[in-house]
Design a protein around this ligand. Structure first.
Ligand code: ATP
Ligand code: MG
Ligand code: MG
Ligand code: MG
Length: 440
C-alpha cells in the first residue's frame, strides 16, 4: 500500500475525550472513529489490526478442534423468554420491535440460540462432543461505555460453546479452550493470566478470566508475582492428548490468581509469600466457563445414550473480546511516540520510507525495494509522499509498524539504507540487499 493512496486520517492533537492511552492512540493513528457513544467505525488501519486479531483467534479455535459458524446479530425474544433471561438481562439488552410488533433483540451473547440449534440437530451421544464458535458483533448497552473500543456498546466477540455427554467430558472441552486461550493471547504478544472467576449471571462453577495486567483495567485482581515472570505458552500442544492438556491447565492453575469476586484474603496470605503478592488492575480479554445443564435442560438439548434413555448435555461457553484486544494490546505495548505493534497483529509488516520523493534515483531504489518486499510476501506501507522527513518519522512511529526501512539519497550514495526496529529504536545502516534479507 502506498501512503499517498492510503486512507489514514491521523490527528496531530490529542483528542480531549480520550482518557486512556490506547483510546488516544487509536484516534490519533486514525484506526477508529466514534459513530455514537460506545459504537465505532473501523478505518483501514484499525480494520487490518482487527482482522489480524480475529484470524489468530480463529486459527487457535480451529486447532483446538472447534468449528466456525455464524449466527445472526438480531435474535427473537421468544427464545430468551423460555429461560427467563429476556427479563433478567435488564437494561444492558438492546430491545427492538419489528414491523409486526414482534420483540427482537440485538444479541449480547448466544447461549440460547446455539443451544436451540443444537437441540434441534443433535440426537445421539455419538455426535458428541461438539465445539462450535463464531466471531460476531454483540451489543450491550453498557451504563458507562468508555475507553474507546475497550468498553464499547457494540463490540466484536468470539464466543464458543461446548456440548458434552457428562461433566468429565465437559471438563476436557473446558481444558482445551483454556490451553487455546493461552496460545491465542501469547501469539498476540500478550501476557494474559488465567484467574479464577465468578461465572456471573450465567452461573456454574468452573470459570476463569484471562487478564492483562494494566493500571487502566477495570477489574481488581490478585495473583502470585511468579505469573509476571512466567513464560507465556506458545508451544504446540497435542489436543488429542488429554493428559498433556490437563497438565498445562494444572501448571497454570497451581499458583494463586483470582479476580476480586473470588479473592480470599486469608488464602492469599497463606499461599503466597508477602513479597510475591501482586494486587492491581487488569483488563479482562477472555472468559471461559462451564455451566452444566443450565441451558440444555430448559431448551431440551439431550442425546440418546448407548444403554438407552436420554441425557441432557453439559455445556460451557468461552468468550474473547476481539475488538477490546485491539485496545488492550496498545495498553500493553506503546511508548511516548506511539503504538508499538507486536509483529503478529501489526497492520503492515514494515514502513518503507522514501526520504526524498523528488529525487529520481532515491524513488527508483524505493520502488524496487517495495516490489521486492511484496514479492517476498510481505505487506509494506510505502511512505512515498513528499512530506518532510520529520513528519514521516513521527507518523510512522505513531502507527507503530514493527520495522522502518528508510531510504535516502545520501545513504544511497554510500550504498546503505537504515533499518529501524520500532520496539527498541535500534537502527542499523546496511546495504539494501541485507536489509531485505533481514526482513524477508
Ligand atoms: P466486563 O467484565 O468487562 O463487563 P463481561 O464479563 O461482561 O466483561 P463476558 O460476558 O465474559 O464479558 O464476555 C466475553 C468477553 O467479551 C469479555 O471477556 C471481554 O473481553 C469482552 N467484552 C465484554 N463486554 C465488552 C464491551 N462492552 N466492550 C468490549 N468487549 C467486551
Ligand atoms: Mg460486562
Ligand atoms: Mg467480567
Ligand atoms: Mg466475563
Amino acid at each position: 500500500m502506498r501512503r499517498s493512496r492510503f486512507f489514514l486520517p491521523t490527528l496531530r492533537e490529542t483528542p480531549k475525550e480520550a482518557e486512556i492511552v490506547s483510546h488516544r492512540l487509536m484516534l490519533r493513528a486514525g484506526m477508529v472513529r466514534q459513530a455514537s457513544a460506545g459504537i465505532y467505525s473501523w478505518l483501514p488501519l484499525g480494520f487490518r489490526v482487527l482482522k489480524k486479531i480475529e484470524q489468530i483467534v480463529r486459527e487457535e479455535e480451529n486447532r483446538a478442534g472447534a468449528q466456525e459458524v455464524l449466527m445472526p446479530t438480531i435474535q427473537s425474544a421468544d427464545l430468551w423468554r423460555e429461560l427467563g433471561r429476556y427479563d433478567a438481562y435488564g437494561p444492558e439488552m438492546l430491545r427492538i420491535k419489528d414491523r409486526h410488533e414482534r420483540d427482537m433483540l440485538y444479541g449480547p451473547t448466544n447461549e440460547e440460540l446455539i443451544t436451540h440449534i443444537f437441540a434441534n440437530s443433535v440426537k445421539s451421544y455419538r455426535d458428541l462432543p461438539q465445539l462450535l464458535y463464531h466471531i460476531q458483533w454483540k451489543f450491550r448497552d453498557e451504563v458507562r461505555p468508555r475507553f474507546g473500543v475497550m468498553r464499547g456498546r457494540e463490540f466484536l466477540m468470539k464466543d464458543a460453546y461446548s456440548f458434552d455427554l457428562d461433566f468429565e467430558s465437559a471438563r476436557r472441552s473446558y481444558y482445551k479452550f483454556f490451553v487455546a486461550y493461552l496460545r491465542t493471547f501469547a501469539r498476540m504478544g500478550l501476557k494474559a493470566i488465567p484467574m479464577e472467576a465468578e461465572s456471573g449471571p450465567i452461573g456454574g462453577n468452573l470459570s476463569h478470566e484471562f487478564i492483562i495486567l494494566a493500571d487502566t483495567g477495570e477489574s481488581d485482581v490478585f495473583c502470585d508475582r511468579e505469573f509476571l515472570e512466567a513464560d507465556v505458552l506458545a508451544k504446540d500442544v497435542d489436543y488429542g492428548d488429554d493428559v498433556a492438556v490437563a497438565g498445562v491447565v494444572e501448571r497454570f492453575t497451581s499458583l494463586y490468581a483470582r479476580t476480586d469476586e473470588k479473592h480470599d484474603g486469608a488464602a492469599f496470605a497463606a499461599e503466597v509469600p508477602e513479597d510475591r503478592r501482586y494486587e492491581g488492575r487488569g483488563i479482562e480479554v477472555g472468559h471461559i466457563f462451564y455451566f452444566g445443564t443450565k441451558y440444555s435442560a430448559p431448551l431440551g438439548a439431550k442425546v440418546a445414550l448407548p444403554e438407552g434413555g436420554e441425557s441432557e448435555v453439559h455445556m460451557g461457553s468461552y468468550g474473547v473480546g476481539v475488538s477490546r484486544l485491539a485496545g488492550a494490546i496498545i495498553e500493553a505495548s506503546h511508548d511516548e511516540a506511539g503504538i508499538v505493534w507486536p509483529d503478529a497483529v501489526a497492520p503492515f509488516d514494515v514502513a518503507l520510507i522514501n526520504l526524498k520523493a523528488s529525487d529520481a534515483a532515491c524513488t527508483a531504489a524505493c520502488d524496487e525495494a517495495y516490489a521486492k518486499l511484496q514479492a517476498a510476501g510481505l505487506d509494506p506501507l510505502y511512505e512515498d509522499s513528499d512530506e518532510r522527513a520529520g513528519a514521516k518519522f513521527a507518523e510512522m512511529d505513531l502507527i507503530g509498524l514493527p520495522w522502518q526501512l528508510v531510504i535516502g539519497p545520501r545513504g544511497l550514495q554510500n550504498g546503505v539504507v537504515e533499518l529501524k526496529r520500532r520496539a527498541t529504536g535500534a537502527r542499523e545502516e546496511v546495504s539494501l540487499d541485507s536489509a531485505l534479507a533481514r526482513l524477508t
